[in-house]
Design a protein. Structure first.
Length: 92
């Protein structure tokens, strides 16, 4: 049973790794600022989901806290970036 879970986890981790590589390429080559922001958001949310899956896999509820903080950080990035792109001002 343990070998099956390791195999299943490895199969499920492969698409996340491939997605992060594609998002990283978009973040580096992004022609516009919204493209770069979207790529960084996708990386952040994929990493948060991956951390949540690791939390379930290792049966450790303490590992879910970084995933939640990372998702909130990505959301705040969206809010501040959209505010800057609309009104060209930084701050509250």
């Amino acid at each position: 049973m343990v070998e099956f879970t390791h195999l299943l986890f490895a199969i499920l981790a492969a698409p996340y790794i491939a997605a992060v590589l594609m998002y990283t390429a978009r973040a580096v080559k992004g022609p516009t600022v919204p493209d770069i922001i979207l790529a960084v958001d996708c990386i952040s949310y994929d990493l948060a989901v991956f951390l949540a899956l690791l939390s379930v896999y290792y049966q450790s509820p303490l590992m879910i806290a970084p995933a939640i903080l990372l998702a909130l950080w990505a959301y705040l990035l969206d809010v501040f970036a959209s505010k800057y792109l609309v009104s060209k001002e930084v701050g509250a």
